[in-house]
Design a binder for this molecule. Structure first.
Ligand SMILES: NC(=O)C1=CN([C@@H]2O[C@H](COP(=O)(O)OP(=O)(O)OC[C@H]3O[C@@H](n4cnc5c(N)ncnc54)[C@H](OP(=O)(O)O)[C@@H]3O)[C@@H](O)[C@H]2O)C=CC1
Length: 332
């Protein structure tokens, strides 16, 4: 039996070297995996969260048992290691249970989340020749969201602004791989610049576990901007965390426009934005339910703006499906 271990550095290099067409093919594979989840959610059994007996480390064990995608993602966190969450995605053969291979989880998690965020971004005709992207956060998630989105928008003139809390992102690698990209950085504490930035953006990615929201509905009305804004929030993952405010979510509820999510069940348990706005399952549409013929849901905000909102909390099937694709492609 052939099995492999793919390191974080290999995952990083592979996706940095992937063409736009290859990235689109990976996004398609990810969406097929999400379709399998949406049509049969029991393929993702409940995760196990447990601490080591000495209490120094916490582990999350997340299985997927499906006819196509089988395996387990294991993440560990230790407050003393300084590494954040690290771990591995183990892919097994769904017919026999034998090992297919292992992929380190850090880069893969960020890449698969960024790709999921871009599933709702496929109709690029919604954007003009110049696109303004704003990303909240400076970590791996922010990096990969910007990178993958810019690759998808290839051919357009893109200005990206990174909003940082304590220190700006080191953009050397981003700039080296995307030489035409114009990058600016703004401090989160700049109370004049940030609202205007939000209001004038075509695309906004939230990649921070903030408790106080920064993306406010009023920003889209107080500042004139493009006719359409796509927002994907992936950073907040607990009920007290918020990246956008309740009035923005309520716009979708009152106009009966669906909010895109990876999982209706999980976002309603974990997303502070949706919980505070008392969102019901009928207000949500899973990315796995979005067909090529389904227009991306857009709500009206003021007279001149339409907005799509996407909220992703992460599912192990995203990791298993991407790890399986990587093991196949790197094993060739
Ligand atoms: N939805 C999903 O599937 C997944 C979501 N995530 C989440 O995405 C987020 C980003 O992940 P990653 O890039 O790996 O994380 P990093 O820890 O590398 O980066 C976190 C970023 O968020 C900023 N930040 C932290 N707390 C706050 C706050 N209260 N207000 C504003 N900014 C804040 C940090 O700023 P500073 O430098 O000042 O600390 C930093 O820029 C995390 O919240 C993580 O839990 C991660 C994996 C999957």
């Amino acid at each position: 039996m052939d099995s492999s271990i793919i390191q974080d550095s290999q995952v990083q290099q592979h996706f940095l070297n992937a063409s736009r067409e290859q990235l689109i093919a990976y996004i398609d594979q990810l969406q097929s995996a999400l379709r399998r989840y949406s049509s049969n959610p029991v393929i993702i059994p409940p995760r196990i969260v447990s601490s080591t007996p000495d209490g120094t480390s916490t582990f999350l064990i997340m299985p997927v048992v499906d006819d196509v995608y089988c395996g387990v993602k294991s993440l560990g966190f230790s407050s003393t290691s300084g590494q954040g969450f690290v771990g591995a995605v183990v892919v097994t053969d769904s017919k026999s249970g034998s090992l297919v291979g292992v992929v380190q989880a850090k880069q893969l998690t960020a890449v698969r989340t960024a790709m999921s965020s871009c599933i709702g971004l496929r109709d690029l005709s919604l954007f003009g020749p110049s696109v303004k992207i704003t990303v909240f956060g400076t970590g791996l998630q922010a990096f990969w969201h910007l990178y993958i989105c810019c690759k998808l928008l290839q051919g357009k003139s893109i200005t990206a602004t990174i909003v940082y809390r304590s220190s700006p992102m080191d953009t050397t690698s981003l700039q080296a791989h995307l030489p035409d990209l114009t990058i600016g950085q703004v401090s989160l504490s700049d109370k004049n610049a940030v609202p205007q930035l939000v209001g004038q953006s075509d695309i906004i990615f939230g990649c921070v576990p903030s408790t106080d929201p920064t993306i406010l509905q009023e920003h889209f009305q107080n500042f004139s901007g493009p006719g359409y804004t796509y927002i994907s929030l992936i950073g907040s993952y607990k009920s007290h965390m918020h990246e956008c405010d309740t009035p923005l979510v309520e716009l979708f509820k009152t106009q009966d426009t669906k909010i895109l999510v990876d999982s209706i069940e999980h976002t309603l348990l974990e997303s502070g934005e949706l919980i505070d706005a008392e969102v019901k399952p009928t207000h949500l549409l899973e990315l796995g339910q979005l067909t090529p013929n389904t227009p991306v849901p857009k709500t009206q905000c003021g007279n001149n703006r339409k907005i799509t909102l996407c909220k992703i909390v992460g599912l192990a099937i995203m990791d298993i499906s991407m790890a399986q694709a990587l093991l196949t492609d790197l094993g060739k």
